[in-house]
Design a protein around this ligand. Structure first.
Ligand code: DAH
Length: 441
């Protein structure tokens, strides 16, 4: 009974905050960080997601994410100094509530880019969202006159549910800029910009990215030297974290805000794992934000992936654990000590399937699985370990579409009974029926 009441309250809250369903009453605002934001047809943040704001795991002493954060900061502090002082400044308390301008426009992300989709981001309304990457703060910090800085914080993305994905995770993003005097201190004859590019009139030059090795405004010498520095600084970081035996490889990549761009992969647990994205910052971004005489590199990395690989943490949900059996393994440790997580004990999983017929207005391809995942999380909370699509089916006669998902339940700190799992599962069925107008099979 208590579950029922609680679930209905949760549902009521989802209905209040999000327009998942056409049945939703018009709601006018979302309450977030002590402010009211008007809602609209973009609003899709849920109460569960809102509850993660301000948790700042990357700042909680003894949390594995905070340990990795500290090790990365130490690497940049000790590797880059000027007259004994670190040149990088750290921003780790920036608000995750950002504008679409910060998250996309300032970074030259086109209007039709898939990363802007409602199915991928948590929107407060059409102009405001929970940042999807820490790069969202790059332009404002450049505009404030900074040249070397790290931005660290929580980011929010709608995604699948499994042991390596959680809708909230943590990133370190960085910019390192240099002017000609610093970059070419041993070669004062070399230039950052091509002669055709006029530093004082950057907007009159069309900066193309057709040459794979550089932006058209940059000289090859500047682009290549920056690339060499970027790669060696990041390999240095990976060595500092994992030791010199770690295998790595560079993969060409594309980001709207850098050119050229790369991803760095490390060999971990029998497979290549992407750990960061990076590149030479598009000159338009620098010029729009202020500095018109420098070249910069930037990168962004995910703390969860690194922490899971470094400490052999098997499930991303453990980062949020308050269990002393987990936390005590990381607390009061010398941060450079080798720590290997030992599972306190592993509790059994329960898997229940859910199959439903879609209403005639939807097909197996237009049903938004991320909407379904958010609902499952909202009701099941942290006992949801994974949701897997099992089957898509179109009835040959009736042409009705049906989907089947397996929901894997596991509590990280105790054994769940089949009975309690069934209750939660039943509530998910009811909620899915209400929200998406489906018929449980
Ligand atoms: N923002 C990118 C992401 O979240 C990562 C990234 C790539 C950050 C390149 C950067 C960069 O600063 O230059 O996937």
């Amino acid at each position: 009974m208590t579950i029922l009441v609680r679930t209905h309250r949760v549902l009521a809250a989802i209905f209040q905050h999000c327009k998942y369903s056409t049945k939703t009453k018009a709601i006018s605002s979302v309450h977030l960080a002590n402010k009211e934001f008007p809602s609209d047809e973009y609003t899709n943040v849920t109460p569960k997601i809102i509850s993660y704001l301000g948790k700042n795991l990357h700042l909680q002493k003894g949390n594995p994410l905070a340990i990795v954060r500290k090790r990365i900061v130490n690497y940049f502090y000790s590797s880059f100094t000027h007259r004994g002082n670190p040149i990088f400044s750290i921003y780790d308390n920036l608000s995750p509530i950002v504008t679409t301008k910060q998250n996309f426009d300032d970074l030259l992300i086109p209007n039709d880019h898939p990363s802007r989709a409602k199915s991928d981001c948590y929107y407060v309304n059409k102009d405001i969202l929970l940042r999807a990457h820490m790069t969202a703060h790059q332009s404002e910090l450049l505009r404030s006159g900074l040249d070397n800085f790290l931005m660290i914080g929580d980011v929010y993305r709608r995604d699948e549910i499994d042991s390596t994905h959680f809708p909230v995770f943590h990133q370190v993003d960085a910019v390192r800029s240099q002017r000609k005097e610093e970059l070419f201190k041993d070669h004062p004859d070399l230039e950052i910009f091509e002669p055709a590019f006029d530093i004082s009139n950057p907007h009159t030059f069309v900066n193309t990215i057709t040459d794979p090795s550089k932006q058209s405004c940059h000289t090859l010498e500047a682009a290549k030297l920056m690339e060499t520095q970027l790669k060696s600084h990041l390999i240095g970081l990976v060595y500092a974290l994992f030791g010199k035996d770690i295998k790595h490889r560079w993969v060409d990549a594309y980001f709207p805000f850098t050119h050229p761009s790369w991803e760095l992969e490390i060999y971990y647990d029998g497979d290549w794992m992407e750990v960061l994205g990076c590149g030479i910052v598009r000159n338009e971004i620098l010029a729009n934000a202020g500095p018109n005489n420098s070249i910069a590199y930037a990168f962004g990395l995910g703390l969860e992936r690194l922490a899971m690989a470094l400490y052999k943490i098997p499930d991303i949900r453990l980062m949020w654990s308050k269990d002393s059996g987990f936390l005590s393994q990381f607390q009061d440790k010398n941060i450079d000590e080798k720590i290997t997580y030992k599972p306190v004990s592993s509790y059994p999983q329960c898997t229940n399937d859910i199959s439903f017929w879609l209403p005639t207005t939807l097909t197996v391809d237009t049903f938004i699985s991320n909407d379904f995942y958010d609902l499952v999380r909202e009701i099941g909370g942290d006992i949801i370990e994974q949701v897997k699509l099992r089957d898509k089916f179109v009835h040959p006669k009736s042409k009705k579409h049906s989907l089947c998902y397996s929901i894997v339940y596991r509590h990280l700190e105790r054994t769940l009974t089949q009975d309690e799992v069934n209750k939660v599962h039943k509530h998910i069925e009811t909620a899915v029926t209400d929200m998406f107008n489906v018929t449980i099979r």
